[in-house]
Ligand binder design. Structure first.
Ligand SMILES: Cc1cc2nc3c(=O)[nH]c(=O)nc-3n(C[C@H](O)[C@H](O)[C@H](O)COP(=O)(O)O)c2cc1C
Length: 186
């Protein structure tokens, strides 16, 4: 199963259009729209509750459902627009909720993190109003994938400069979609 994490809040999201073009070539996809989920940040109360569940070995508590779903996926696709040099807060909230030591990641005898996720790859899809800088979105997710989740391969698909005056956003987006189609044909 490929887990598609949809973090695109806009009705007419260009990022989501790019993601749909990519997903059209993949079967057995489960979509999780992070805006339709009761995801909330880990505050003091929720953190204490989570720690008590972990201490009690209650790995099948509903609080960990998102973490199990993420850990069990064969591949991961995340789509999110480029916001404030990174991505929307709801995606970070999702990451907070799935990052459970003992489900997606563990520490080995040398105190180093080792991934427990099954996924072969994580594909990140985004669009940017200006020039895309991957440091706080794709690069961050790549570090998380490789260093904590144990997902070895990461890929980036993006379209940029969509909001720059004088540019043709439709043409830029179509060119990114054409590239996806060409890669799928190979
Ligand atoms: C809240 C917000 C923050 C944004 N921050 C940036 C930014 O830091 N840099 C940039 O180039 N574009 C920024 N943009 C523009 C979006 O990246 C761009 O419009 C993108 O294509 C939106 O994707 P969507 O159509 O999937 O919503 C921002 C847009 C919004 C609404």
């Amino acid at each position: 199963m490929t887990l598609y994490i949809n973090a695109c809040p806009r009705e007419e999201s260009r990022t989501e259009r790019l993601a749909r073009a990519y997903l059209a070539h993949i079967s057995d996809v489960t979509e999780l729209n992070v805006y339709d989920q009761p995801l909330v940040p880990l505050d003091r109360k929720r953190l204490a509750h989570r720690e008590s569940l972990i201490a009690g070995g209650k790995w099948h508590d509903p609080m960990f459902d998102y973490a199990h779903q993420f850990a069990d996926a064969d591949d991961i696709i995340i789509a999110a627009p480029y916001w404030d040099l990174g991505f929307p807060a709801q995606l970070k909230t999702y990451i907070e909720n799935i990052y459970v030591t003992g489900i997606v990641s563990a520490y080995n005898d040398h105190g180093q993190p080792c991934g427990l996720c099954r996924a072969r790859s994580l594909t990140y899809i985004t669009t940017a109003g200006g020039a895309y800088d991957p440091r706080f979105s794709f690069d961050y997710l790549t570090a998380m994938a490789k260093e904590y989740f144990g997902i070895r391969e990461t890929r980036l698909i993006y379209a940029e400069c969509l909001d720059i005056c004088g540019n043709d956003p439709e043409a830029i987006l179509q060119s990114a979609i054409d590239q996806i189609e060409r890669s799928a044909d190979r």
